[in-house]
Design a protein around this ligand. Structure first.
Ligand SMILES: [Zn+2]
Length: 186
């Protein structure tokens, strides 16, 4: 393996490696750490690095293969979301025993959903590209904020009590859903 990499030095204590969105290796290193020590670290992590660079490259290929989402399709997705999401919200709010305010469907670039302190809920219309159980997870996630306005252990155990495989859902959003978030032209 011959991995090229950039080094960003800062006032930190340990080394960390990162694969960037364009599938490059980035090493975060303490100010004065010798280059050879960094090189050795990178060599030790070679198989992890290769695996993850491949993953990002593969994801980028899939992103390219997905057609850009135009204005009309976006409107269809929003219409569909308005039919699907409020029903799910009502259902899971019943299970969780929480109230909520307005439901708004948006097309945000980074967020799948949000919940205001007054209980108003926003959901991304791109959720319609996700499998049903992932949509359920996002709805439950936001509704759980009606009980816990944070991402504490208590919050996650509440989410897990309704959606036991929520970790797989989060993974889907991070690895697959991101493709759609990146596809809207704005
Ligand atoms: Zn949250």
């Amino acid at each position: 393996m011959e991995n090229d990499y950039n080094i960003i030095r800062s006032r930190r204590r340990s080394l960390a490696i990162e694969i960037t969105d364009d599938a490059k290796l980035l090493v975060r290193a303490p100010m004065r750490m010798p280059e050879r020590e960094i090189r050795r670290f990178v060599e030790e992590k070679a198989s992890w690095i290769d695996k993850h660079i491949e993953k990002v490259k593969e994801r980028n290929k899939r992103t390219e293969a997905v057609e850009p989402i135009g204005r009309w399709e976006l409107r269809d997705l929003a219409d569909e979301a308005l039919r699907v999401i409020p029903k799910k919200v009502a259902y899971y709010a019943g299970i969780l025993g929480v109230t909520y305010g307005r439901i708004t469907i948006k097309n945000q670039k980074t967020l799948w959903g949000s919940c205001s302190s007054k209980g108003n809920l926003n959901f991304n219309c791109m959720l319609m590209k996700a499998p049903g159980h992932v949509q359920d997870y996002v709805v439950v996630h936001e509704l759980c904020h009606r009980r816990e306005m944070n991402h504490s252990a208590r919050f996650w155990s509440l989410v897990g009590s309704v959606i036991p495989d929520y970790k797989a859902c989060r993974k889907w959003l991070k690895e697959e859903g991101i493709i759609y978030l990146n596809k809207t032209s704005r």
